[in-house]
Write a protein that binds this ligand. Sequence first.
Ligand SMILES: N[C@@H](CCC(=O)N[C@@H](CS)C(=O)NCC(=O)O)C(=O)O
Length: 217
Amino acid sequence: MIKLYDYELSGNCYKLRLLMNILGIQFESTSVDFYPGLQHKSVWFLEINPLGQLPVLDDGGMVLRDAQAILVYLASKYDKSKKWYPTDNPALLGMMAQWMAFADGITATSSAARLHDALFYDFDIDACRLGAHRLFRILDEHLWFGEKQGWDWICTESHPTIADIACFPYVILSEEGGVSRQDYPAIRRWADRVKRIPGFTVMPGVFPAGPGHRSYG
Ligand SMILES: N[C@@H](CCC(=O)N[C@@H](CS)C(=O)NCC(=O)O)C(=O)O
């Protein structure tokens, strides 16, 4: 069975739990005590990931680090519909790679602000929040112009991709780092759509969608 080296409060680990839940992939979670245990910096874990970072996935000995890389692997291998990572469309693949790199930027800013506020990381909080707002403004405008053309998702019109999954967690958890989404209405509408994907699952700090709208599949 697939093993996920996991931490419940990690948005990067949540990306993978979310996609695996949506795709109906069975996995077992191996909990790594990120805080306060710092097990991701322990000798045994550094042998698994020398970067000392979560998440890591082990699929029958195929060991992968980096949430975005793991999303690509899981969708390529397990999504029979080929809609989450459509490999027959070079332009779309390029766009998805672009937005998945952008998701890592959201980790470096919005997630870092949350680590500062919740787990006492010694980061420059003003720089983290400023960086997150800069990225959120770009994402909000992208989504807003997309909506005008009938696009519901970051890279696509009618079916979400792993780029949406990659960007979602540290956008929706941003308030825990003091980054308000008040000024980003298109982001708020998109986040609501993500919550309505069949198989959507939550983590602490992420809540299900309210009643009364359509479901996306
Ligand atoms: N690019 C990596 C970043 C992973 C990352 O920053 N993980 C956090 C937990 S959510 C971590 O392990 N931080 C500890 C560190 O960077 O030392 C990914 O997307 O998986």
